[in-house]
Design a binder for this molecule. Sequence first.
Ligand code: CP
Length: 320
Amino acid sequence: MKRFLTVGDIGDLDAALKEAAEVKKTPFAWQNLGHNKTIIIIFFNSSLRTRLSTQKAAMNLGMNTIVLNIGSDSWKLETEMGVVMDSDKTEHLREAIPVIGSYCDIIGVRSFAKFEDRDAEYKETIINQFIQYSGRPVISLESATRHPCQAFADLITIEEYKKVKRPKVVLTWAPHPRALPQAVPNSFAEWMKAADVDFTITCPEGYDLAPEFMQGAHLERDQKKAFEGADFIYAKNWSSYEQYGQILGDCHDPRFMKWTVDAEHMSWTNDAKFMHCLPVRRNMIVTDEVIDSANSIVIPEAANRVVSAQVVIKRMLESL
Ligand code: CP
């Protein structure tokens, strides 16, 4: 495996899920695979789970890990091509990427959407430069449009907790005070459409994901109807794709606050499990009562981030 950005990069999902179960059962069985190999993970943005789970996964495989926080641990990097570099950015990605590649065997990159240029961001110009210029396999640790390590962990978690062969999985928009990227819901939709699940998206008008992620998913504008019969509720906020990066009204407005997942919402479901990628804003996205309930599986979901990362890094090491 040379890159991990989309669901297509993982290949057959059943095989990936079987491999994930094996990795979870015997995480240290491939310690020799990573011996004397190095992964550098690069963060343009903050992280708790991705940073720790990727390091843990690499360590389980016997690798050395280096973490670089761009801007605070390194020079500020220019990411635009063809610019006159007279700002506070000291170094260009064009040099930084091959230099980083020369120090490691695998690279992981987190670089969120900045909501400046939708076309450029949906073309994934930053992570594609890492793929093009590093000479190393590249893992997306959340790029402008996707968060594949999260979506793979979400699928592993659904596989572990499902009570029926083909569960109903609902991705619901929920309110948030700040404009958030579309990467998590995009990837979740992409992976759920590829998996053997009955998948529904519910969100207010104006919050539809990009057409390529909506296409093939069942859209139900009425949140109550969407929740009916659900086995899994996956809550997430995202900003508008259409009015790119915008919040379409105050999050405290009752029109939006009614989307917060509370006990009444969960009562509409088939005793659904509650999922969220974390970090989560309590009593905004989800009430304390729901996230603290026995049906909340947000912690095992986060724990599976080690498993998804380990499968991906293992496959990359095997293909070096
Ligand atoms: N879910 C997730 O990616 O968490 P972090 O942003 O903390 O890495």
